[in-house]
Ligand binder design. Structure first.
Ligand SMILES: *Cc1c(COP(=O)(O)O)cnc(C)c1O
Length: 450
């Protein structure tokens, strides 16, 4: 057998010693070195030790970047799904630490000394926040929808009636129609894209009907020749025909969004249930400002039945989520202003402007033009698509770097900074930057330009 030309390929030990200390676990670094050397061997091209080490270092750097870590959100998109949606309130974070590091009464009744109901306190207060008889929580809104669909579909009743104007896609890979089909439902589309009448729903109801689903058009809007029946009329029809009516609200605003400059009205769970809808579901990490979760609220009888579904066990939340959500719900009831989501939405332009000017001054002397401009923040996360909130941006026009290169350097910094390129400038919207991050932002800009 012909010996491999090993002398052309540096040894694992050699490369490892040259790569030096990293903050990744050693077995991970060893695996990366082996992978790199295997790739070199497969390519059959000789390589120097330096090249091999550079290759491994760059692979380590890419892997380290993929670690979940805090970033500075300069996009101006407040609920940014790619950036983790809602940051939690300080009190919710404290609760996470306390519950995570101790035993707790997750399923233990402290008054009875017996097995207790999971999330009983949270569900109690959530129901009050939603103006509902009852409420419960699962992993996200998609899970809530699947649970509801699976519950109402049974025997001959497989059809879910939905308006053609509401067969929406939410973010990547979430189409209402696909969720319905994956849950075993048969889609019974009614009306047209822009107009659906009560009679369309009425005609579609039969012995095969499992439920009527309304989906809030949360991430887009339609104007012009558009019509759909008021929720009250649809609820009347559903009640008369004894068919459950469920609405997917998506963002689940519990505050009056129209009281915030630049925002339109978003239907609240309480308002929707008051119209006669049997159940609503919405995300806990959008406008509610909590951790990823899906809330179902409405008729007590139905919520109790959902909790008896075997599927509920598979979709239920972990104690950490319940702990953070419990605090968030209490804050929504007592002091919503301290929830970061609400605070960001309400932050006056003047205070953003003051911070921007301070930062502009602090950046005097960097090899770039720094400008303070007005911008428009968005709510994002598939909510309030029409809304645009006045904001302030810190714009960087680098003297020696191309804009994509600056963006790349900022993304690779510690902490990473995510902004956007527009009109020949790199823009950082300060509405989504926490004031406590201002110093790190300045340092990151200096490093990237230097
Ligand atoms: C965001 C959204 C969902 C998905 O919520 P997740 O909590 O991410 O599963 C479902 N329906 C609507 C209308 C939404 O806006």
């Amino acid at each position: 057998m012909k010996p491999e030309p090993r002398r052309l390929i540096p040894s694992v030990e050699k490369v490892l010693s040259q790569v030096g200390a990293t903050d990744l676990p050693r077995p991970v670094v060893v695996a990366m070195v082996r992978r790199q050397l295997a790739a070199i061997r497969a390519s059959k091209r000789p390589i120097t030790l330096e090249q091999a080490v550079t290759g491994v270092k760059s692979a380590i750097s890419d892997l380290r970047q993929a670690r979940i870590q805090p970033v500075i959100n300069g996009t101006g998109i407040i609920i940014h799904t790619n950036l983790g949606r809602s940051p939690l309130a300080g009190d919710a974070v404290n609760a996470l630490t306390a519950i995570a590091s101790h035993y707790n009464n997750l399923e233990y009744g402290l008054t009875s000394g017996d097995r207790g109901g999971r999330a009983a306190y949270l569900e109690h207060n959530l129901a009050i926040l939603c103006g509902a008889e009852s409420a419960t929580v699962v992993n996200n809104c998609a899970a809530a929808l699947v649970l509801v669909l699976r519950h109402f579909i049974g025997g001959a009743r497989k059809e879910v009636i939905i308006s053609r104007g509401e067969l929406v896609q939410i973010g990547g890979g979430f189409r209402i129609s696909e969720i319905l089909e994956a849950s075993g439902a048969k889609l019974r589309e009614v009306g047209s894209t822009n107009k659906t009448a009560l009679a369309d729903y009425s005609r579609a109801i039969s012995k095969q009907t499992a439920m009527i689903l309304k989906v809030h058009r949360s991430n887009f809007y339609m104007g012009g020749f558009v019509d759909s029946p008021p929720t009250e009329s649809l609820a009347d029809l559903a009640r008369k025909k004894r068919v459950p009516l469920v609405e997917d609200l998506g963002s689940g605003a519990t505050i009056a969004t129209e009281t915030i400059d630049g925002l339109e009205h978003e239907p609240t769970p309480a308002q929707t249930l008051k119209c006669g809808v049997d159940l609503v579901c919405f995300s806990g990490d959008k406008l509610l400002g909590g951790p990823q979760s899906g809330i179902v609220a409405g008729k007590a009888r139905l919520v109790a039945a959902l909790k008896r579904e075997p599927l509920f066990r598979a979709l239920r939340c972990d104690k950490l989520i319940l702990a953070a959500l419990q605090v968030t719900v209490d804050l929504q009831l007592s002091n919503p202003a301290v929830i970061p989501m609400t605070a960001m939405l309400r932050e006056p332009v003047e205070s953003l402007q003051a911070r921007a000017l301070m930062m502009q001054n602090a950046l005097a002397g960097v090899p770039a033009k720094i400008e303070v401009r007005t911008g428009k923040s968005q709510v994002g996360g598939g909510t309030l698509p029409k809304s645009a909130i006045q904001s302030i941006t810190l714009d960087v026009i680098p003297a020696r770097l191309a804009l994509p290169a600056l963006a790349d350097k900022l993304r690779r910094g510690i902490p990473p900074v995510i902004g956007y390129i527009s009109g020949g400038r790199f823009r950082i919207d300060l509405r989504t930057v926490f004031p406590r991050q201002d110093e790190s932002l300045l340092a990151a800009i200096r490093t990237a330009l230097g």
